[in-house]
Design a protein around this ligand. Structure first.
Ligand code: AMP
Length: 587
């Protein structure tokens, strides 16, 4: 298949803001795709080469791309760089520069999708000394064969910023429509995606074996399952009502969520964002292997840093120091000991457990693990009584936890991979006159600081994620809660996500001094949620021309590096928090 066919579809997708139109354009592209390259086309459309959990990224540095563009266009690096500063998008710069060049030099060959995929794969896989030159050579060879419009997407892909703005759900709908003829089959595809975390695999199965192929997909050790998520409420009576009067109430540990996959051949740990973090936690692998009874299993738990002497829990910031450290990991294991609290079991010795009720899973989990000092099950009580819940909350807080998670004990309390539902409900400590819970918001813009904050940002524009249309919609400008050190570090933390104009994924009525690619997630507390004419989250949902805003937002000091922007608080959650507030006022 010619790469130009994909690029034509991209151009049309980029030109529309209508989700259904995007879906139909994609479905059309999938239909035209030969089945043997459907996975590649799916990954490329996501701006990737493999599922995220494999951790293989293209992400070439801007500088290198400027060099490649200079080589293939015959312009100096300075000219390319100046054009970039002006346009803010190296993809557009590539299209313009090559547009001029191709008038004289005819393209040497027609690029196929497989050519593009294979060369990017070589770029991504080349490591070690000399790899920069190799990458540069491969990218230049692609550029030599690319038409101007192909160059635009090749360069964006190389930067790791394809940004077509198509959400995973839109891709699933397009696949359902293209290969089963019925968009409603999306739910079955979604289930397959949720248990495999691999859209390319889902695409291949549905394209080659239709809906039957999808139904046969099973949980597999080594392939992460998209995590089940919790709803939130701040009143135990209400929570019990939601859970039909009875709940499995557990400590909510404040650490890193881990999905641990063990078999005789595989030992892997995946984070909440499904990154492979095995290398940073060799001790956890050792503990699990030592204490598990089945030969192969997939466990879920929260891993907390502990004080080696007192065994008290240490703040989340401590365990997060382990992440991203590959070399000093031996020292880290000694300096920051951790304990794993298991709260779920998704697979055990050939049996898939995700369709079982929670109590059945917990029973198998209890039998599967021999607890010791470094690994145990989450503290739990089963109750129908709000007083008991409050007592358990006090115990949890004095034991160093941030609250409770209440879980359904109904027979249909299956593990809802990738979904947030009223099967798990978090209940965090409430602070007077503050939002009962913190929210996790995405940095989309910045405002230059003055005076003491000169040289850094005075405030950041923060957004929640609208899952329906895949946009990041603003909820507040936040300038409080940042320490001097945070302020010092912010410019460099945000530098690589700086854009010259607002990202098409961001909805904002406010114009920021600097725009960012949605990437960094911050935990924020606030006083209350109010209607706002200037913010775009939930706009027109409650009142025409009004959105929702967080009043007096404060950064809690916690960068949620474990969350991708799509894992941030959703606009639907913000709306839920607003409605809950109203209920409280009217009581
Ligand atoms: P939040 O990150 O605030 O959305 O809260 C949900 C998170 O709480 C989960 O993703 C887990 O990482 C964490 N957690 C801590 N303890 C438990 C538990 N006992 N059961 C489920 N999740 C837990």
């Amino acid at each position: 298949m010619k790469y130009s066919l994909m690029v034509d579809a991209y151009e049309k997708i980029e030109a529309t803001t209508k989700r259904l139109e995007m879906r139909d354009l994609l479905a059309n592209l999938f239909q035209k795709t030969p089945k043997n390259i459907i996975s590649e086309v799916t990954y490329l459309t996501q701006g990737k080469l493999y599922p995220d959990y494999m951790g293989i990224e293209i992400g070439l540095a801007e500088k290198l791309i400027v060099r490649a563009l200079s080589l293939s266009s015959g312009k100096t690096e300075k000219t390319v760089d100046n054009a970039f500063r002006k346009k803010g998008d190296l993809g557009e710069v590539a299209a313009t520069l090559l547009g001029k060049k191709t008038q004289q030099t005819l393209m040497s060959r027609t690029l196929s999708v497989s050519d593009v995929y294979k060369i990017f794969d070589k770029i991504a896989q080349s490591t070690g000394s000399g790899s920069i030159d190799v990458k540069l050579r491969f990218l230049s060879s692609l550029m030599n064969d690319a038409s101007p419009i192909e160059a635009k997407y090749i360069i964006r892909m190389a930067l790791g910023k394809l940004r077509l703005g198509v959400a995973d759900m839109t891709i699933l709908e397009a696949l359902a429509s293209a290969f089963t003829g019925d968009v409603n089959n999306k739910d079955r595809l979604e289930r397959a995606y949720n248990i495999s975390s691999d859209l390319g695999l889902v695409a291949k199965l549905v394209a080659t074996s239709g809906i039957e192929g999808i139904t046969e997909l099973n949980v597999e050790v080594g392939r992460p399952i998209r995590p089940m998520l919790a709803e939130r409420l701040s009143d135990p009576t209400e929570i019990l009502e939601k859970l039909n009067g009875k709940a499995a109430v557990e400590y909510k540990y404040d650490g890193l969520r881990m999905q641990v996959h063990i078999s005789p051949k595989i030992s892997s740990i995946f984070s909440r964002r499904l990154e492979n973090i095995t290398e940073q936690f060799p001790d956890v692998i050792k503990y699990v292997k030592k204490s598990m009874k089945p030969k192969e299993a997939i466990f879920e738990g929260e891993c907390v840093a502990i004080d080696a002497i007192t065994t008290d829990f240490l703040p989340f910031q401590m365990i997060s120091q382990r992440r991203g450290r590959k070399h000093e990991i031996k020292d880290m294991v000694e300096q920051i000991p951790v304990k794993l609290f298991l709260f779920d079991l998704l697979y055990s010795n050939g049996i898939e457990c995700t369709q079982m009720s929670y109590q059945n899973r917990r029973k198998i989990l209890t039998e599967a693990i021999k607890p010791n000092d470094w690994i145990s099950l989450s503290e739990q009580i089963i109750t129908t009584n709000t007083e008991e819940i409050e007592k358990f909350m006090n115990r949890a807080v004095s034991d160093g936890c941030e609250g409770l998670i209440l879980k359904s004990t109904d027979p249909n309390s299956t593990y809802r991979a990738g979904a947030r539902g009223w099967v798990w409900i978090k209940y965090k400590r409430a602070y007077k006159s503050e939002l009962a819970d913190t929210v996790d918001l995405v940095v989309v813009g910045g405002f230059y600081g003055r005076g003491k904050r000169g040289g850094s940002y005075g405030a950041l524009l923060l957004a929640a994620y609208n899952k329906v249309n895949g946009k990041f919609q603003t909820v507040c400008k936040c300038g409080s809660g940042f320490t001097d050190n945070d302020l010092k570090e912010l410019p460099s933390k945000l530098e690589s996500s700086t854009l010259s104009q607002r990202s098409s994924q961001v909805d904002s009525k406010i114009s920021a001094d600097v725009w960012f690619n949605p990437y960094l997630v911050l935990e924020v507390s606030g006083d209350e949620i109010t209607l706002s004419p200037v913010h775009t989250a939930c706009e027109n949902e409650l009142r025409k021309n009004s959105g929702l805003a967080i009043r007096f937002p404060r950064f809690t000091g916690r960068y949620r590096l474990d969350k991708s922007p799509e894992d941030a608080s959703t606009t639907k959650e913000i709306l839920g928090m607003y409605n809950n507030q109203l209920k409280k006022i009217s009581i």
